[in-house]
Design a protein around this ligand. Structure first.
Ligand SMILES: Cc1ncc(COP(=O)(O)O)c(C=O)c1O
Length: 398
């Protein structure tokens, strides 16, 4: 394969060169246990302290408010189960949305089996939440609201500050999954009315296997992993020193480069959408276009099977995704697009292009040039597509 074009940065990102360099000493000469009081532990211990400060600066919190995790999934689980169990005596009702990542939906389903009640709020056709619906879902039993910051499939950004204000008004703990917004749009927990916020290293050019959860001072969580006194008794386990140092460097690079890079990527994303819309009939963009992270385009190709599209693109070296990274490979349609009321035929023909640091205008133009013939060829095989008229055939069942 000659070309390799990567439009799947919401699935994962490559480790940044500076990040790798920062991590290297902690995989080689600085291998000590950071809890050891002897010479071997001192370097790693200091490195973790400094890394923690850097991650806190990125999030706008203090170091006692940070729990290092192994992933975004762990952060979400710790926040949701941790708060639900800690507040069990107060109430047993949780509010979330239908468009969350499985790392939020599945802990909620687990808690339902444990006797908790969960309300799954719907979204409108643009993937946006209705705040009045959120208000009406609150009961005296509600202890936790958990909604994502930015959607991994459509990029739609929820009004986190407003949701947080509603939660505060009712003294309900509020968690947000910021895995897809960290590094793409500014995050400052002090401005967002959030009590807990999770991020993941590998989505912002850091390593896999590390993440962080902000837990506001005074918010109690029951740990998932019981062990030593690590993370102020909130997560046992010897620290992943290289991973933590890598996450910190990724946060530092993101803080330094985000403004310019996000503007550049947004321009590329807009160019991609415009080029596809102009070059291919019967196509639409899923998700509220004026409230999205800058890198994500979710494109619905009518009368096309998304998997065939992805395979044809892959043959040209172009990587993209259908649904979330976790569900691609299965033929289940996207729960996010279903919740937005996108017709089943279109959820199957929807492709997520998520751009990032490596992408160039030339790559976007290559995609724009190649896509019309790929789509035309696949549509040509559909009995529902009129090739001559370049539109779908209206079926009359009367
Ligand atoms: C919104 C969102 N939350 C959570 C996760 C899970 O993160 P991790 O892969 O670090 O477990 C992902 C990963 O795709 C995501 O997109």
């Amino acid at each position: 394969m000659s070309k390799q074009i990567y439009f799947d940065h919401n699935a994962t990102t490559p480790v940044d060169g500076e990040v790798f360099q920062a991590m290297k000493p902690f995989l080689t000469e600085q291998w000590g246990n950071p809890s050891s009081i002897h010479w071997a532990g001192r370097g790693p211990h200091k490195a973790i302290d400094e890394a923690r400060d850097q991650i806190c600066e990125f999030l706008g919190c203090s170091s006692v408010e940070l729990v290092i995790t192994s992933s975004g999934s762990e952060g979400d689980n710790l926040a949701i189960k941790g708060v639900a169990y800690a507040k069990k005596k107060k109430g047993n009702h949780i509010i979330t949305t239908k468009v969350e990542h499985p790392a939020v939906l599945n802990p909620c389903k687990f808690l339902e089996r444990e006797g908790f009640k969960v309300t799954y709020l719907g979204v409108d056709k643009d993937g946006m939440l209705d705040l009045d619906e959120l208000r009406s879902a609150i009961t005296p039993e509600t202890t936790l609201i958990t909604t994502m910051f930015a959607n991994n499939e459509t990029g739609v950004v929820f009004p986190i500050k407003e949701i947080g204000a509603i939660a505060r008004e009712h003294k309900i703990t509020f968690h947000t999954d910021a895995v897809q917004s960290a590094g793409k749009i500014p995050i400052n927990v002090a401005d967002l009315n959030v009590d807990l916020l999770s991020i993941s290293g590998h989505k912002l050019y850091g390593p896999k296997g590390v993440g962080a959860l902000f837990v506001k001072r005074g918010v109690r969580i029951v740990p998932l992993i019981h062990g030593g006194h690590h993370e102020r008794n909130r997560r046992g386990g010897t620290e992943n020193v290289a991973g933590i140092v890598g996450l910190a460097k990724a946060c530092e690079v993101a803080m330094r480069d985000m403004a310019g890079e996000s503007a550049r990527v947004a321009k590329l994303r807009d160019r991609l959408e415009k080029g596809l819309l102009e070059g291919i009939p019967a196509l639409r963009i899923n998700g509220k276009r004026d409230s999205r992270i800058p890198n994500t385009a979710n494109v619905a190709f009518d009368f096309v099977e998304g998997e065939s599209l992805l395979l044809s693109m892959d043959m040209l070296g172009i990587a993209a995704a259908s649904g979330s990274a976790c569900t691609s490979g299965s033929l289940e349609s996207s729960h996010v697009l279903n919740a937005m009321g996108v017709k089943a035929e279109l959820t199957h023909g929807s492709v997520r292009f998520s751009l990032g640091r490596s992408n160039t205008e030339e790559e976007v133009d290559y995609l724009i040039k190649e896509m019309p013939s790929i789509v035309e060829r696949i549509r040509g095989m559909s009995p529902l597509w009129d090739t001559k008229a370049q539109k779908g055939i209206e079926l009359d069942f009367d």
